[in-house]
Design a protein around this ligand. Sequence first.
Ligand code: SDX
Length: 393
Amino acid sequence: DAGVFTYDPGFTSTASCDSTITYIDGDKGELLHRGYPIDQLASQSHFLEMCYLLLYGELPKAGDLENFESTITRHTMLHEQMQYFYRGFRRDAHPMAIMVGVVGAMSAFYHDSTDIHDPHQREVASHRLIAKMPTIAAWAYKYHIGQPFIYPRNDLDYASNFLRMCFAVPAEEYEVNPILSRAMDRIFMLQADHEQNASTSTVRLASSSGANPFACIAAGIACLWGPAHGGANQACLEMLEEIGSVDRIPEFIDRAKDKADPFRLMGFGHRVYKNFDPRATVMKQSADEVLDLLGIENNPKLQVAKALEKQALEDPYFAEKKLFPNVDFYSGIVMEAMGFPTSMFTPIFALSRTVGWISQWKEMIADPQNKIGRPRQLYLGETARDYVDIEKR
Ligand code: SDX
């Protein structure tokens, strides 16, 4: 009764659930969070205020925002024993592998916030995940590069705390540039929630069985990792590096159009947007701001990206297929300019998307009609037949 699944090669579903959190109009290129357009939120709000909006449905009044921010700030530390989980990974483990493991391990640590039928415990689990994800992601990075963990500080805002935990070292403090911090906060906002994408649907499906919330978020992280989904930001920057110069762009556009070639333009196309992804527009502005601040506005990858966008959008194939840049097309350029390696791009996406996963999880768990997800199939296999002894096969 939540909608009828129709089978086709693209496995199009008419509606997997109803929700009041995020609305996308793919043809108009419109994205609303609780009714507020993403471009207005990105320019006038900040990530923790948007977290409040996604979680509770309304923009907070001053006192509510102050209380929420204080709660998040005071839950950024991890249980000290959780450091041992990091040490169990090989040094060259991808930070996403570490995040899947550590977030899943939270289900073994924070027993007092795993009863999904207790509204207070749901609140505690939500706040812990939003608060601790920057620490988890930053420590995954530090472990990956063999540097000591840097603890969060309560005098820093959410984005600044994350940047400092990634780039400070005991031997030298990291002074957070407010423009980089604002750009980081905006990246968090642009990736916060996006309706029923693959990883959010994974969290909903896992949670529908009543599973532990931390384990369900770990499932979402695993799904997001794929290059067709949240892993596209890393794949996109690696593609821009491979293209290398503007004169090689036609070669890659031809490959993307060749059905025999599995290559696709990373950061282009979307299951829902058949127009510009509004997040890509804001992310492109951030790229210009950050690279200008850092004095690398002529960054070769940005030049290639802008030329690639222009040439692709002028090509009839992309117009016919309605393929436009998505949120991942420019995000990697900004994050690399901030100092992150490509392996940290998807962990940052997971950090951002945690509030979306949690908001959708809370909405589903609170719905008395919620039943365990059980998609059906269109069976195309053999009809019933009798067993044949091996001598007769
Ligand atoms: C995210 O769902 C979400 O909301 C996801 C996300 C979120 O916030 O959660 O927005 C985040 O995952 C963004 C998408 C990131 N992925 C990439 O950038 C990877 C590159 N893009 C693709 O692989 C692709 O566009 C998908 C996976 C995103 C969508 O693929 P579909 O379902 O095949 O897209 P489609 O149905 O719109 O494709 C129409 C046609 C197809 O050709 P035909 O079968 O009709 O001949 O366009 C082709 C596709 O083959 N096509 C591409 C292409 N993307 C689609 N051709 C070349 N390059 C591409 N990038």
